[in-house]
Design a protein around this ligand. Structure first.
Ligand code: ARG
Length: 461
């Protein structure tokens, strides 16, 4: 039989496969709260401008509230034949309250309805993700303060570069995550316009009050162009872009956890709560959570590419293609939310092996730059020359199988006669770190100050 919501000009019903490919209820029921909120705002506005009666509005309001309870209680029956969440709820409303329910869809289309619901959903999701990012930043800043003076090797090319502190390293991620929050906040600002009242694509002849519905739903204003409003999914793409960059950051962090946990590094240890064993190798402690956090970017970036590809080449205005917008957004949100929670758990859980980190902070000639800088500062050598001299000293130390600091003064002077005993004062890891006091540098005092500033900014309440 024909669809009850639009079957007037149809004699027969859709084939089973038509129904199956057409139905979105399986996933868009996740937007039921947003759909009810949108309908409540729409009905209140219809009554206020006199398009429906106050009595009908009351019936609609009570009916929708009851339906919300049914869905929450799990007693609501979702029907594939009714395609999506919008028609499932509307059909149930008419079933419950009769004629009044059939008036709800006046001056509205599913096209502006779904655009509104989806914006509301993405807005809530962006707020939830942003709060989770803030929680992770707080955990990172807390651990950064704890490890503000803990030396570790800083790497470039994953080769020992210069000593840094573990706290400084953790705070680098706080900076990244702060930009991620900024991107979400920025996307949210642009998203926050209300499509409701754009109707199918052209607007409506009814004397609706779009400012009223926009305000009731917490939007800053109604959208300006009805064609754009029903066919725009930029807001979802911006959100997915922000999530993709965020997931990329989390993937980098997770990769570092994997590296730091591996036996040859042994920089940190995760407790039993965040490791798993092997079914064959009894000694194993695998950082699976970190590996999965490293991998989730695949889904998230995939979601962005998926929706970009869906939207590419779509002529204005609405096309059913756009129904494919929801699953990527839902999936990416779930993946990022879980990844944030796992990263937060690992940050709180991890224990740094400060001795191991300190040992490797001093290996690999990590203070060679400090030596070169000393030659510039004390002997007034041009930096390029100092670089060359230091390179020869490193080669000498390497040949002798020692560290730079273990070379004798005579060894040093065989390469550069001007070198004095004072040079040894800059060759320790501690001296190197303490000297990096430039703005944003790794000196312990800097790190403590930055960690404290973040803690103050992020403090709940
Ligand atoms: N389920 C649809 C979607 O998610 C709702 C809009 C349907 N509009 C239409 N003209 N068939 O996009």
């Amino acid at each position: 039989t024909a669809n009850a919501q639009w079957g007037g000009r149809f004699a027969g019903g859709p084939s089973a496969i038509m129904r199956e490919i057409n139905a979105s209820i399986g996933f868009d029921k996740a937007m039921w709260r947003q759909d009810i909120a949108g309908s409540l705002a729409h009905a209140a506005m219809l009554a206020k401008v006199g398009i429906i009666s106050a009595t009908d509005e009351t019936k609609i309001r009570n009916g929708l509230t009851e339906i919300g309870r049914e869905i929450e209680a799990g007693t609501f029956i979702f029907d594939d034949a009714l395609e999506d969440i919008h028609m499932n709820i509307e059909a149930r409303l008419s079933e419950r309250i009769g004629e009044a329910g059939k008036r709800l869809h006046t001056a509205r289309s599913r096209n502006d309805q779904v655009a509104t619901d989806f914006r509301l959903w993405v807005r809530d999701a962006a707020d939830g993700i942003s709060a989770q990012i803030a929680a992770l930043m707080l955990s990172l800043a807390t651990r950064a303060l704890e490890y503000a003076d803990t030396a570790m090797p800083g790497f470039t090319h994953l080769q020992t570069a210069q000593p840094v502190t573990f706290g400084h390293h953790l705070l680098a991620y706080v900076e990244m995550l702060s930009r991620d929050r900024g991107r979400l906040a920025d996307a949210r600002r642009r998203l926050n316009e209300c499509p409701l009242g754009s109707a199918a694509l052209a607007g409506t002849s009814f004397p609706i009050d779009r400012k009223m519905t926009a305000a009731a739903l917490g939007f800053d204003r109604p959208t300006a162009n009805s064609l754009d409003a029903v066919s725009d999914r930029d807001f979802a793409l911006e959100y997915l872009s922000a999530l993709s960059i965020l997931a990329m950051h989390l993937s980098r962090f997770a990769e570092e956890i994997v590296i730091w946990c591996s036996a040859p590094f042994s920089f940190i240890r995760l407790s039993d709560a965040f490791t798993t064993g092997s079914s064959i190798m009894p000694q194993k402690r695998n950082p699976d959570a970190a590996e999965l956090a490293r991998a989730k970017i695949g889904r998230v970036a995939g979601s962005l590419i998926s929706l970009l590809t869906v939207m590419k080449g779509l002529p204005l205005a609405y096309a059913k293609d756009m129904q494919e917008d929801k699953v990527p957004v839902f999936e990416a949100t779930e993946a990022v939310s879980l990844t944030l929670a796992a990263c937060d758990g690992m940050v709180r859980d991890l224990k740094a092996s400060e001795r191991q980190m300190r040992t490797f902070a001093g290996s690999g000639f990590s203070t060679a730059t400090d030596l070169a800088d000393w030659l510039v500062r004390v002997l007034k050598l041009p930096f390029r020359t100092a670089h060359h001299v230091t390179g020869r000293l490193v080669a000498l130390a390497e040949a002798k199988g020692t560290d730079l600091a273990e070379l004798s003064l005579a060894d040093m002077q065989s390469v550069e006669p001007g070198i004095t005993n004072d040079v040894f004062s800059v060759l320790s890891v501690e001296a190197s770190i303490a000297s990096r006091t430039s703005e944003g540098g790794t000196a312990g005092a800097n790190v403590r100050q930055q960690a404290e500033a973040w803690l103050k900014k992020l403090a709940p309440g």
